[in-house]
Design a protein around this ligand. Sequence first.
Ligand SMILES: [Zn+2]
Length: 278
Amino acid sequence: MTKRENKETTRVGYVNKNKQVNLGRTKPPRAGSDHGQYVYVIRCMKCRKNYGANGSDIFERKCPYHQGGKLGLKLLASEIHKTIYYYGSRPANNYDYRCFVKYIAPVLPKNDKVFFHNNSLEWRNNRNEIPIELFRNICHWKSPRRFDEVLNNTSDHVNLRWHDALLLLQETTFENNGVTGALNALTQLRGVEVRMASALLTAWNPDEFGIMDFKVLNVLGMPETYSAEDYMALRNKLLELKNTQPELNNCTLRQIELALWYYYSIQDAGTRTRSDNE
Ligand SMILES: [Zn+2]
């Protein structure tokens, strides 16, 4: 008998437990290797390579390039571009970043590896200081280019500004002027601008903060400017998504921001990933 294609897993934007994202049925549709199946374009979210899969296999696919998954079905370069372009850059059937984000954000990690200090998140409970190694790791992760400048900050300076920043952020309410004040305190450190400060606050509290990045601003159609006020506009947009989409109610702002960041690459892929193709 014919294996049935599952509606959920054949949907554009579906991500399986191995972080393989479904970019959609090939354009034009093509029969797969199993009876009654179509070929789908699957992208590994970790190494960003594309491969083809039968619809019925999507839920369990592993990346053939780095997870030891079975070889993907062959895709033609033109198919990949047409498919990604069709679903990504030109919304079809009202498919846009909201559709993608509400599906993908709940399965993304709440904490990045770089948020941990000595394999623990305990440091978040100490509002008076941030470990200097952690501070440097986060800054380097966000922007390696500015790292030389960041290294000029002593541990005492960093703690002073961290303490100032967290005084402005009370547990229960994150008022707009509290957040801008905290960002302004952190940006007094050398090499730390608002985007980097947003990464520090997100590492501390991913429920309440997301990271400011041009990809996310681009997806949201916001200007690529990076003042503390611009950050507030971004944060309010993330909150709005969280509060208006039931699927996102239990997500952290970081998960929503990260999903938008991924969407940028998918939307952008139509013109930029020619080298991915087999
Ligand atoms: Zn991979």
